[in-house]
Write a protein that binds this ligand. Structure first.
Ligand SMILES: Cc1ncc(COP(=O)(O)O)c(C=O)c1O
Length: 386
């Protein structure tokens, strides 16, 4: 079956964050919204059908996750990431953000240092500061070929830190970390007894030519000291269904974590997320393959357009995620002036770079999970104003 990613779906007036909160976020209800990380593509038919089938039952009471649900996730991780694991390693969590916040609370104390690699997804920052932990920035370096980890700095920071929250692959810079990079990071963390929380929500969105390495597959010692978070939400556009998985190989860590989650009743979840996730992981291989080709087409389009028309905008092509991280510092404008030009003149709703850390100032994150026609219109508007 050939899926059609060119179809435009009207999302207005559906309580949709990306469209219906434009006035509040950008001060302009007419921006072309290319921010929040969900997709403007229809959630695939097999996921919607599973939800509709379950919705037909007249009672939406408490439910539990059964064997076929976990089998579907195991099968997916094995087929797509060559990662085989027993069912008991997996626990339900509503969202990955909720999951890593609970890990911070369960495994660190107030005042403990937690490392993040900025610029990075804003909730990474809040998960540390929001619970009175101390934020340590292991800032990414910009190399000739793209963003790189600063291992020398990490060597020093790991001596006193308790935890590192890894974005694997990385949002917003789009790096699909290589096995070698992850091995080096894990070696430093293991040697210094720094627990690694690996957020792998974007791991299925690795673009052609790259390959994701699940952090826990680096070896038994590494697996023993980490938690990995996975979800079908980014991959299949299910974010509103709040259904994700914590994967915890070490039994003691797992027991502590699960006790914490269960005490808050955060392990229950919702019936629709369960069936949509299961159906997606069982039936979504071909859909994902076509989605990635389409997203790569959008990335190529934007890259060519910028190279030919707006050479002051600097960027590296993403290796994963459907986001592009664009550097507008070449214009020599203040952040406020850039924001005004982008939102009021170009009428474009991109994420503000400094929300990802101070080092993101002058950058914008652009969500390319949308029909090509929207991408083309965005580029036209950029060219006119910049
Ligand atoms: C790196 C990363 N982690 C987590 C999330 C959100 O996860 P959830 O909706 O499951 O809390 C996002 C969404 O953009 C993300 O980019």
């Amino acid at each position: 079956m050939k899926y059609n990613f060119d179809t435009t779906v009207n999302r207005e007036n559906s309580n949709c964050v990306k469209y219906d909160l434009r006035k509040a976020v950008f001060g302009n209800p007419d921006v072309l919204p290319m921010w929040v990380a969900d997709m403007d593509f229809e959630t695939p038919d097999f996921a919607r059908e599973a939800v509709m089938e379950r919705a037909k039952h007249p009672i939406y009471g408490y439910h539990f996750k059964d064997r076929p649900y976990y089998n579907a996730i195991q099968g997916w991780l094995l087929r797509h990431h060559q990662w085989e694991m027993p069912t008991e390693w997996m626990s339900f969590v509503p969202g990955v953000v909720c999951g890593f916040n609970m890990a911070v609370m369960a495994f660190t104390q107030e005042g403990d240092e937690v490392i993040i690699q900025s610029p990075v997804y804003p909730p990474f920052h809040h998960a540390v500061t929001g619970h009175g932990r101390k934020l340590v920035y292991n800032k990414l370096k910009i190399g000739v070929k793209g963003y790189e980890m600063d291992f020398d700095l990490l060597e020093k920071q790991a001596q006193t830190a308790k935890m590192l929250i890894l974005c694997n692959p990385h949002n917003p810079v789009g790096r699909c970390w290589t096995r070698e990079e992850l091995e080096r990071l894990s070696e430093i963390c293991l040697r210094n007894d720094v627990m690694v929380i690996s957020d792998e929500i974007h791991c299925d969105l690795v673009l052609p030519g790259y390959r994701h390495t699940p952090f826990a597959t680096l070896g038994p010692e590494v697996a023993d000291r980490c938690i990995v978070f996975h979800a079908a939400s980014k991959t299949f556009n299910l974010a509103g269904l709040a259904t994700s998985t914590a994967i915890i190989p070490n039994k003691a860590i797992r027991d502590t974590y699960n006790k914490y989650v269960e005490a808050m009743e955060a392990h229950l979840g919702n019936i629709f997320g369960k069936v949509a996730t299961q159906a997606s992981m069982e039936k979504g291989d071909e859909w994902l393959c076509q989605l990635l080709d389409y997203v790569q087409g959008n990335v190529d389009y934007v890259s060519d357009f910028l190279l030919h028309n707006l050479q002051k905008v600097r960027f590296f092509k993403p290796q994963a995620t459907y986001m592009m991280w664009l550097d507008f510092n070449g214009y020599g404008l203040s952040e406020e002036e850039l924001w005004r030009k982008m939102t009021q003149e170009a009428q474009l709703g991109f994420n503000r770079g400094s929300d990802f850390g101070r080092d993101g100032s002058g950058f914008f994150r652009v969500n390319l999970a949308c029909p090509r026609a929207i991408v083309e219109e965005a580029m036209r508007r950029l060219k006119t104003v910049f």
